[in-house]
Design a protein around this ligand. Sequence first.
Ligand SMILES: Nc1nc2c(ncn2[C@@H]2O[C@H](COP(=O)(O)OP(=O)(O)OP(=O)(O)O)[C@@H](O)[C@H]2O)c(=O)[nH]1
Ligand SMILES: [Mg+2]
Length: 379
Amino acid sequence: MSYGDDENGGFAVAGSFPKGFGYGPDDTETEQPADSPEDKPRILLMGLRRSGKSSIQKVVFHKVSPNETLFLESTNKIVKDDISNSSFVQFQVWDIPGQIDFFDPTFDSDMIFGGCGALIFVIDAQDDYIEALARLQMAVTRAYKINPNIKFEVFIHKVDGLSDDNKIETQRDIHQRSTDDLAEAGMETVHLSFHLTSIYDHSIFEAFSKVVQKLIPQLPTLENLLNILISNSGIEKAFLFDVMSKIYIATDSSPVDMQCYELCCDMIDVVMDMSSIYGARDDGAFDGNSSSIIKLNTNNVLYMREVNRHLALVCILREDSFDRQGLIDYNFMCFKKAIQQVFDVRKQVASTNNSDGRAAMATSHNLLHHNGSVEGAAS
Ligand SMILES: Nc1nc2c(ncn2[C@@H]2O[C@H](COP(=O)(O)OP(=O)(O)OP(=O)(O)O)[C@@H](O)[C@H]2O)c(=O)[nH]1
Ligand SMILES: [Mg+2]
């Protein structure tokens, strides 16, 4: 496969970058001047009381184990969690308490929905969800009027207590009822996405990954780069992980197998735990030299390499493909450089205030040219 063909020639680099959307510093250890927290795009967690919002936030972003959430107290005010120090993608997660009243004058909906990138509505699937659906309808209507660009995500949550058949039936029923409600209110154009989630397995990380990916304008480029990397290196599946949260910000375009994702998450846990205990540095377990190889008894190999301070590439490949590790490493170097270029464009755009994406396109041409040399090495 050649890099010059149409499939890869169409490097789609987003032409516009949402204001205030940023990424963490890469290799450089210096902190960049941070945008004020209010400017950062936010993800709202909404839903009835005890639906599991605070648990989700704690498990995904604060490494709290699921059992520790059992006795969480009810949240009584909006909790704003700025996770940009630990994560590559800079955003805030706002946990909106279940009992909040949208019509209360102290609830500043313009401010809350105005800068919101995604609204996650959590429904407790183990409970009766009729009231939750009414509330969802209210939240969506109100938020959409203020900001039609919000992505609406419904987490059908706590599905660990449901049988497989029951999960499918619940999702179908919730989907049907909520879209009917929207159609009745004349809002057919609003799109809701549904995810089956639980904090007791990896489904919550997977769902959060998909939500965050929708907020990354460079996603098509990242996917393309991953496709190029895997097809030339004999890799079966590759994820670009935000190491701290175990959210994957991109993967190649082959379908995601849950088991494979879980394996990669477990690998990150093992590597991070080992290096935080035995690593040379005190300030963090992950640095430019971080890499790990795990051979499984299934004749597969898990291979992890750091891409920048927050990101790691984790891939799964057959043991015989790993015989050519030199080639994989060379291709990885090119991949890493290309990733840096993709995110440098964002900085250039921000500094020249050139939002028409010309700079981005210029770099994408460099990228193609640059990758041409990878092809030479691969063949
Ligand atoms: N079985 C199961 N229980 C869960 C899950 N997620 C959360 N819970 C439990 O649900 C209960 C309520 O969780 P919270 O996170 O406090 O709910 P909340 O939505 O923040 O509630 P408010 O703060 O009152 O709005 C806790 O006991 C959690 O342990 C899940 O995926 N499965
Ligand atoms: Mg709470």
